[in-house]
Design a protein. Structure first.
Length: 260
């Protein structure tokens, strides 16, 4: 299994920061190759420059069929195949479905934006990559490819104040088993990985980090802290390497349970 990482040619969406960046770094440390798809060109180029020639950055919006197709064509031209996809691109917006204090409903625009990036974007990239994976020669386990969707513990234990995010991640987790069934005949695995609250730039943009650390004392069983992106990347490697993991949602959260 250890040698499998050397054969990885992965597309990582949202790979310029946070969990996505940690996944890219881990794959490169294990001598794999990565195509980073992200809309943040400055950060994406910086990641590619820092990690060397086995990383290619392509600026693309995951919700755009045209841009994703162009990015995948670049990936195929550079590395000849794609055998791993990690759907990590995502956004979060604060907002309950209805704010009774302000007498205001969550805007359709805000809800739609989160759903578009997190859910539609995941499906868009998945459907386009799957066709390319189906052309791969099977490896020693008979596998042609694998797809990992980054979900969230909020998919099953949603937060009222992150309503759109919770719903979008429930959609991501919900599509995982049907996708695994759809791609099984082509020997393509599909798995969801659902982290708890993590110490990432996206989290820090929405929360005072000190308050989040305090919240973990109540919400996590053990360890009572925020998760680290590298801990998620470690699990991702295990999923890639183990061919018997398929059609499942793996939670990695320190035993998180929402009390709200």
């Amino acid at each position: 299994m250890e040698a499998k990482m050397k054969k990885v040619v992965a597309v990582v969406t949202g790979g310029s920061s946070g969990v996505g960046k940690s996944i890219v770094e881990r794959i490169i440390r294990n001598e794999g190759r990565v195509i980073v798809i992200d809309i943040d060109e400055e950060k994406g180029q910086a990641v590619a420059k820092s990690l060397g020639s086995n990383v290619v950055f392509v600026k693309a919006d995951v919700t755009s069929e045209k841009e994703v197709k162009e990015a995948l064509a670049i990936a195929k031209d550079k590395f000849l195949r794609i055998n791993v996809l990690i759907n990590c691109a995502g956004i979060v917006k604060w907002g309950a479905p209805y704010d009774f204090q302000r007498n205001a409903a969550l805007s359709i625009e805000s809800f739609q934006k989160v759903m578009d990036v997190n859910a539609l974007g995941t499906f868009n990239v998945t459907r386009l990559v799957a066709g390319l994976m189906g052309e791969n020669e099977p490896d020693e386990n008979g596998e042609r490819g694998m797809i990992i969707n980054i979900g969230s513990v909020l998919a099953a234990d949603g937060n009222v104040d992150f309503f759109a995010y919770s719903v979008s991640k429930a959609t991501v987790v919900g599509m995982t088993i049907p996708l695994a069934r759809a791609f099984a005949d082509k020997a393509i695995r599909v798995v969801a990985v659902s982290p708890g609250y993590l110490d990432t730039p996206m989290t820090r943009n929405e929360f005072p980090i000190e308050k989040l650390n305090e919240a973990m004392l109540k919400l996590n069983l053990f360890p009572k802290r925020l998760g680290q992106p590298e801990e998620i990347a470690h699990l991702i490697q295990c999923v890639i390497e183990n061919p018997f993991i398929n059609a499942v949602n793996l939670t990695i959260s320190g035993g998180f349970h929402n009390t709200n």
